[in-house]
Design a protein around this ligand. Structure first.
Ligand code: GTP
Ligand code: MG
Length: 250
């Protein structure tokens, strides 16, 4: 593995936070590869999965896995409460209980390849406080999405950039890394429950003046399980963009 700044985060507590809802087909292989990659980086590895009582039994599968994998922590919530609140709860646990210094957020559906984690860590080592995995810069891309899904993402991204004043090229990406200091401050400001959490996080990261960098990622559409992105989530995202607009100049 080519780690430019490997020495600077060796033995640091690095935690990967993954929200899950009905991801039984994906979660075991994902957690195993995340663990392999973290071990390869020489960090103190932690993985926190926040499951919302998935009806497909994802939580039970994770509990079984955590018996064999000491660095895996599973947070169980009673019912579906949204991706945003799951991530916030995972970050809080990782910082307060596991003393994590660097936090990585990624989806459970295998769209985010764990092999990019070292690049995120390198960017943090360079002095950045927030790192965004971008599909829209040189070296990044999307595999497996049809025209309609690409358009939804393109338009949502354009709106978020214009309305919220963001310069990041991929505002809807769910693959990110943060220093503990940055995500603690950002989390105090965010209250979005669902997918709007992605844009809200970036908005407050910028507003707080955190140094933000991007790394190219190739996003691969989920092969297993179902998307949880609904029309309701898209409207909520647009509504959040408008709310953030009102806070832009205050
Ligand atoms: N804990 C929890 N996780 C959720 C919830 N909704 C979605 N997730 C997880 O959040 C991640 C992203 O959800 P996806 O359905 O893949 O949505 P997306 O990646 O934005 O869009 P697609 O990949 O196109 O479906 C996945 O790991 C989901 O399992 C929720 O209400 N609670
Ligand atoms: Mg997905």
């Amino acid at each position: 593995m080519n780690l430019k700044y490997g020495e600077s985060y060796r033995k640091k507590n690095v935690c990967v936070v993954i929200p899950t809802y009905n991801e039984r087909e994906n979660i075991v292989s994902l957690v195993s590869s995340v663990k392999r990659v973290l071990d390869g980086c020489g960090v103190n590895p932690f993985i926190v999965v926040v499951d919302d009582n998935s009806p497909d039994g994802t939580g039970k599968i994770l509990d079984d896995l955590s018996k064999k994998m000491g660095c895996l922590y599973v947070l169980h919530r009673k019912s579906r409460m949204g991706l945003g609140s799951a991530c916030r709860e995972g970050f809080r646990y990782a910082i307060e209980k596991l003393n994590s210094e660097i936090l990585v957020q990624m989806d459970a559906d295998a769209s985010h390849n764990p092999s990019y984690i070292p690049r995120f860590l390198d960017k943090i080592a360079e002095g950045n406080e927030v790192v965004v995995g971008s599909r829209n810069i040189l070296g990044g891309g999307i595999v497996g999405w049809g025209f309609k899904r690409r358009m939804v993402s393109l338009i949502a991204n354009k709106i978020a950039r214009k309305v919220c004043g963001l310069t990041v090229t991929d505002t809807t990406s769910g693959y990110k890394a943060f220093t503990a200091k940055a995500i603690k401050k950002i989390s105090q400001k965010t209250n979005s429950k669902g997918f709007d959490f992605q844009v809200e996080t970036l908005f407050w990261a910028k507003k707080h003046g955190f140094k933000i960098a991007e790394v190219p990622i190739v996003f691969v559409d989920r092969r297993e399980g179902k998307s949880k992105l609904t029309l309701k989530e898209i409207f909520r995202f647009l509504y959040t963009c408008l709310i953030l607009f009102t806070k832009r100049f205050s």
